[in-house]
Design a protein around this ligand. Structure first.
Ligand SMILES: Nc1ncnc2c1ncn2[C@@H]1O[C@H](COP(=O)(O)OP(=O)(O)OP(=O)(O)O)[C@@H](O)[C@H]1O
Length: 278
């Protein structure tokens, strides 16, 4: 007994010193691998903490049965978490509505991380603020059709990759995309993202122009260019089959309510998280 206890006191009963140190090295290696895996899969923490919150909230008497139902429905939702595109002419209020969605339901919705060829600024983290890349790689990936939209701005390229959208779904969130009509066409025709496309429409062209003028962010020439584009864009968006739903942004509260109602129809499971937040 005594000798067993004394061997056991090193934590490696019956092992030679060399075996014990090999075992410890393997344990350290395994621990490192586990930490790396968890860091590479932030969705794991999200899924587990979400599950725990639900258990604590509902306090089911049969936790195993609850876990079975929870994960069955959670995973079904993950598979079907189609991204949502908000589209419409410049100045219609897309940004205003998206901002409000995130203020009220940041746990439900997520934004994709864009790629850029510009250098990181102080405090910017790769994979968090942007995916930083170089011109050559970005051009190659654009050529392979990996980006749902991209733009050249001041000598740099910015873009949204399909993978960045899938990463949001993998974290259990619904990806909200605010992209232009060309991006919408591309995503709908040439990708497997299968987005829900919501057209945010102005009550009238005159009101659209007034909003752009009141916003005061564009010089006259740019403003007229945007209005000119808006006519074509709205004509395309009005064509049957090009969008899934149209929300007229008349009164902001009313439009926001209609938008939430539409989202609830596509994502019945949102009802619970939304009512918890209100
Ligand atoms: N329902 C509304 N009633 C009155 N003003 C509104 C309404 N919705 C948005 N606005 C205002 O209209 C202006 C344009 O809105 P916003 O910037 O959100 O448009 P946008 O569609 O995101 O434009 P862009 O595509 O150019 O970024 C803003 O000044 C905003 O405060």
């Amino acid at each position: 007994m005594n000798s067993a206890r004394s061997k056991g006191s090193s934590g490696s009963a019956g092992l030679s010193f060399q075996q014990a140190s090999e075992l410890n090295s393997r344990k350290d290696l395994l621990k490192e691998e586990h930490v790396k895996y968890v860091e590479e899969h932030p969705e794991l923490k999200h899924i587990m903490s979400d599950f725990l919150s639900q258990v604590l909230l509902i306090k089911p008497s049969n936790i195993c049965a609850f876990a079975r139902d929870y994960f069955a429905s959670h995973m079904a939702q993950e598979d079907g978490a189609r991204p949502v595109i908000l589209c419409g002419p410049s100045g219609v209020g897309k940004g205003t509505l998206v901002k409000r969605l995130f203020q009220d339901h940041s746990d439900v919705f997520g934004l994709s991380v864009s790629h850029t060829t510009r250098a990181p600024r102080d405090g910017e983290e790769d994979g968090v603020h942007y995916h930083f890349t170089d011109h050559e790689t970005m051009q190659e990936r654009i050529g392979r059709g990996e980006f749902i939209e991209f733009a050249h701005v001041h000598g740099n390229i910015y873009g949204t990759s399909e993978q960045a959208v899938r990463d949001v779904s993998a974290k259990g969130k619904i990806c909200i995309l605010e992209i232009d009509i060309q991006g919408v066409r591309k995503v709908r025709e040439a990708s497997s993202l299968n987005p829900i496309c919501i057209y945010i429409a102005p009550p009238s062209f005159e009101i659209l122009e007034q909003r752009l003028r009141d916003r005061g962010t564009e010089a006259e020439e740019d403003l007229l260019r945007r209005l000119n584009n808006a006519r074509e864009e709205m004509a395309w968006l009005e064509e049957p089959g090009n969008v899934d739903v149209k929300v007229i942004n008349d009164d902001l509260d009313h439009a926001y309510g209609t938008l939430l109602d539409s989202l609830r129809e596509w994502y019945p499971s949102l009802e619970k998280s939304m009512s918890l937040n209100n």
